[in-house]
Design a protein around this ligand. Structure first.
Ligand SMILES: Cc1cc2nc3c(=O)[nH]c(=O)nc-3n(C[C@H](O)[C@H](O)[C@H](O)COP(=O)(O)OP(=O)(O)OC[C@H]3O[C@@H](n4cnc5c(N)ncnc54)[C@H](O)[C@@H]3O)c2cc1C
Length: 183
């Protein structure tokens, strides 16, 4: 099989594992398509909505506790700092893969049509691509517990949406609690 829409390897999901394998296969001379459903997720969970932004906020909170800014002011500044950092890392991740001569980054949500065919659905329409091999790196998503009314409630936040809150909430209720591994 050959053609513009044919790839030796199709990687679905631009997370840690996906970008690493796409880069390695591209460097080895394979024609690679990297599929990512969201432009805001180039680089995956860790840099966009996971490890990095949460640690940036923790670091800013520690710094603020030593300074003289009020909670609201310090929080707004911390969110801004976090967003600038995330944007920089996202662009760097995108550029690194996009500049690889053998890798094409395609934005859209993938689904299989057959073992060697995937449909990529984006705001610009649908396209079908063909792959000799597929690597699935679609990560995980937050679990929403079966509590009545939870999905319709605009004040219920997930780990991702909480990071976008620009104003410090006066009160925050946490339902359920895990334990830290070193406790
Ligand atoms: C709040 C939070 C804090 C965390 N902190 C830490 C930490 O401090 N240290 C640590 O080690 N880990 C941390 N983690 C975990 C870490 O972020 C994840 O384990 C890691 O990012 C998973 O990487 P991945 O490549 O498997 O998937 P992801 O990075 O989630 O990548 C999967 C990608 O696939 C895309 N995708 C899904 N379905 C499709 C589809 N059908 N078509 C196209 N694209 C699709 C998604 O949009 C996503 O970008 C944290 C996670 C969270 C949520």
């Amino acid at each position: 099989m050959s053609g513009n829409n044919y790839y030796d390897a199709v990687v679905i999901g631009f997370g840690k594992g996906g970008k690493t394998i796409a880069n390695a296969l591209g460097n080895a001379g394979r024609k690679v398509a990297m599929i990512e459903q969201s432009e805001k997720m180039y680089g995956g969970t860790c840099i966009n909505v996971g490890c990095i932004p949460t640690k940036s906020l923790v670091h800013s909170a520690r710094e603020a506790s030593r300074g003289c800014k009020t909670g609201r002011e310090a929080y707004a500044e911390a969110v801004k700092k976090k967003s600038v950092l995330v944007e920089k890392l996202r662009q760097k991740n995108y550029q690194k893969l996009e500049s690889s001569p053998n890798v094409s980054v395609i934005q859209g949500k993938a689904r299989f049509l057959s073992p060697h065919e995937a449909e990529i659905d984006s705001s610009e329409g649908k396209q079908t691509i063909y792959g000799e091999q597929f690597y699935i790196n679609t990560g995980s998503s937050p679990f929403i517990p079966p509590i009545k009314g939870i999905k319709a409630n605009p004040y219920v936040y997930l780990s991702e949406t909480l990071l976008d809150l620009e104003e410090l909430p006066a009160r925050l209720v946490i339902i359920g609690g895990g334990r830290c591994s070193d406790e």
